[in-house]
Every structure is written in structure tokens, then in C-alpha cells.
Design a protein around this ligand. Structure first.
Ligand code: KG4
Ligand code: ZN
Length: 345
């Protein structure tokens, strides 16, 4: 097989990232640089698009330089460039696309505009050489969907959230409990010392057929549970906070496990031979959620795979890899491709 070395660039949300990946009979991440922006958005309780766009514009070149420097390679050693061209916050996506097009124009290297979601969805192939087809749960701050990956450009969506993404719900929960952003890891840590049964939270949509999910109702229920125990100053004891966090995490886990069970059964009807389930996205970094899904897969005799944490959250190695898959199929973009705020798979 031919081996190609490719630069990836990612700037669609609040991480600026660049990576060099080599793809032949297997794939190797030669370098992966991620510069986060949590400090810049901390005072605002969420990602501020204008601040994010400026930071990406300032940092994207530096990330590319750092990714190259780590490998000792020069631009002339590369075979192509891949860049996230959507979906995401348009200012950030534009910064990445302009940078990538500039390098392509200067070097003559082929360029590929990659769908950020395809990057997440193809990560099991980068990390574990998983073959098509496989069932994928993409679960992050902005997304939650079940996809059957049938090819580098072929994804069948069989369900997903009808409102918030679970990562967003984790972040809102952290805010309600007075924990820092991004909330997922803090809620997980607090929940580890909590009793998930003390507060009763709902499991929305669990009684309905299909693989669609809903998480927005949890927030209201959690707010009500919290208000029943806060003191006059709105303060929570460490134990109350832990019990609320545990109740929330248990509810999200139950929803994800039951809907994954249904998605797996549906997937296996379509693909009786190859039974592989993969998760990716920031929420896939959650220990108890990961363990519960692994457990489910063991019961259903399905192979389970999850990328290492650093490749679950946003990164450019997944973009480089997704670009390499297309490049190897001779599928290249011309310079006219656009940055797209919305771009369903
Ligand atoms: O994939 P990601 O880095 O960005 C996108 O949304 O594309 O995911 C970030 C989200 C945040 O909402 C964060 O709170 C959540 O993933 N997250 C977690 C954990 N680590 C990150 N949620 C639950 N438990 C975690 N350990
Ligand atoms: Zn993402």
C-alpha cells in the first residue's frame, strides 16, 4: 500500500488544533497539538463565538508550526492537507480553512475539506483499524447521534438527541451545582462520592420506541431537586452536590445504555456479520458511561472500542485521518470549497 503523510487542521469550536498523521496499511499519529480556550471563555459561562474566532485566527499558524516541529518534517515532506470545513462556529472554521488554503496555494499540495463529525466518526479506524461497517455513538458538547459507518463518506443516522447534547447537559448541570466549565469532568468527579438514588430524576423518551433521545428535561428536574435542598444563600453541601451530580449522571447513563441497546439491535439486523460498537466525542471520556456501555456490549456479544481520551475530544489527528481516507480514494477538493456552519453527515 501507498503511504501518505498528511497535515490536519481543526478550529470549529473552542480548540485550535493541528496534527500530522501517516496512513498506510495502518495509521500513526506523528504529532497532535491542541490549544484549548477554556481560560478565555471562563467568565462567560459558555463559548463566545467572537472570542473563539479571534483566538483561532491568532493561533492556528502556531499550532501548524508546532505540529510540524514535533515530527521534524517540513511542509515539502507532506502529501496533503485536511481541514475542518464545517459544521461549527463559522469564524473559527474560516480561520482554519484560510490557513489550509494558504498552505495549499504556497506548496501545491492537494487539499481536502473535512466534515468535523466524519472526523469523530472515523476515529475508531485511526486508533483501532476497525473495518466498515460499525455502529457509532457520537456524544459530545454539541452532538449526540447513532451512526452506522459504512464508508469514509457514508454514514447512516439511526437516531439522536431531539434537543440538548449530553455534554451540554453536563455543562448546565455543573453551572447549577456551582462547578467550573467545561462541566463534564467536574460533575463526574463529584458524582463519584454521591448516592445516585437519593434524588429521582426522569429518563425522558425511554418509554418510546426508537433510538431518539432527550436531555433538556433533566435540567429542569435537577433544578427542582436542587432548590429543595439549597440553604437561604443558595448554597449546597458537598454531599448534596455529589448526590445531585450522581443522580444526573445515572440518568444520562441509563438513557445512553438503553438507546444504545436498541441501536445495536437495529444495526445488527442490517449488518448481521460485523458487530462492532464505537463511541467518540467528549462525553465518551466519562468513566462510568464508558464502563456501562462496555458492559452492555459484553452482554450483547459486541466488540466495544473507544479511542483514548485525547482522541475522543476535539483534535486535528481525526481530521488528518479523515482527509487521508478521502485522498487515498483520489477524492480531492479544489480551492473553491467553503466553510459551512451547518453540514449534516
Ligand atoms: O467533543 P468535545 O471536546 O467538543 C465538542 O462538543 O465537539 O466535547 C466537549 C464536551 C463538553 O460538554 C464536556 O463537558 C464534555 O464533553 N465532557 C464530559 C467529560 N469530559 C468532557 N462529559 C462527561 N464526563 C466527562 N468526563
Ligand atoms: Zn467535536
Amino acid at each position: 500500500t501507498k503511504t501518505i503523510t498528511i497535515l490536519g487542521i481543526e478550529s470549529s469550536c473552542d480548540d485550535t488544533a493541528a496534527a500530522i498523521v501517516r496512513v498506510g496499511s495502518e495509521a500513526t499519529v506523528l504529532s497532535s497539538v491542541v490549544k484549548g480556550q477554556n481560560d478565555l471563555h471562563a467568565d462567560f459561562g459558555g463559548v463566545v463565538p467572537e472570542i473563539a474566532a479571534r483566538a483561532h485566527a491568532e493561533r492556528v499558524d502556531l499550532c501548524v508550526e508546532a505540529a510540524l516541529a514535533e515530527t521534524g518534517l517540513a511542509l515539502t515532506d507532506l502529501d496533503g492537507i485536511a481541514v475542518t470545513s464545517g459544521p461549527g462556529l463559522i469564524g473559527g472554521v474560516l480561520s482554519g480553512v484560510m490557513c489550509a488554503k494558504g498552505i495549499a496555494a504556497a506548496t501545491g499540495l492537494p487539499i481536502v475539506g473535512v466534515n468535523h463529525l466524519a472526523g469523530h466518526a472515523l476515529t475508531p479506524r485511526l486508533t483501532d483499524n476497525v473495518t466498515f461497517p460499525y455502529l457509532m455513538l457520537l456524544v459530545s458538547g454539541g452532538h449526540c447521534q447513532f451512526l452506522i459507518a459504512e464508508g469514509p463518506d457514508r454514514f447512516r443516522r439511526i437516531g439522536g438527541t431531539i434537543d440538548d447534547a449530553p455534554g451540554e447537559a453536563f455543562d448546565k448541570t455543573a453551572r447549577l451545582l456551582g462547578l467550573p466549565q467545561p462541566g463534564g469532568p467536574h460533575v463526574e468527579k463529584s458524582a463519584a462520592n454521591g448516592d445516585p438514588k437519593r434524588f429521582k430524576l426522569p429518563r425522558p423518551l425511554l418509554d418510546r420506541p426508537g433510538c431518539d433521545m432527550s436531555f433538556s428535561g433533566l435540567k429542569t428536574a435537577l433544578l427542582r431537586a436542587r432548590d429543595a435542598v439549597v440553604d437561604e444563600k443558595g448554597g449546597l453541601t458537598v454531599q448534596d452536590r455529589a448526590d445531585l451530580a450522581a443522580a444526573f449522571q445515572a440518568s444520562v447513563t441509563d438513557i445512553l445504555v438503553e438507546k444504545t441497546r436498541r441501536a445495536l439491535l437495529e444495526y445488527r439486523e442490517l449488518n448481521p456479520v460485523n458487530s462492532v460498537f464505537a463511541i467518540a466525542g467528549g462525553v465518551a471520556a466519562n468513566g462510568p458511561i464508558r464502563a456501562a456501555l462496555m458492559d452492555l456490549c459484553a452482554k450483547l456479544e459486541t466488540e466495544f472500542t473507544a479511542p483514548p481520551m485525547a482522541l475522543c475530544t476535539d483534535n486535528a489527528a481525526m481530521i488528518a485521518y479523515a482527509g487521508a481516507e478521502r485522498l487515498m480514494n483520489g477524492d480531492v477538493d479544489d480551492m473553491t470549497f467553503k466553510a459551512r456552519p451547518r453540514w449534516p453527515l
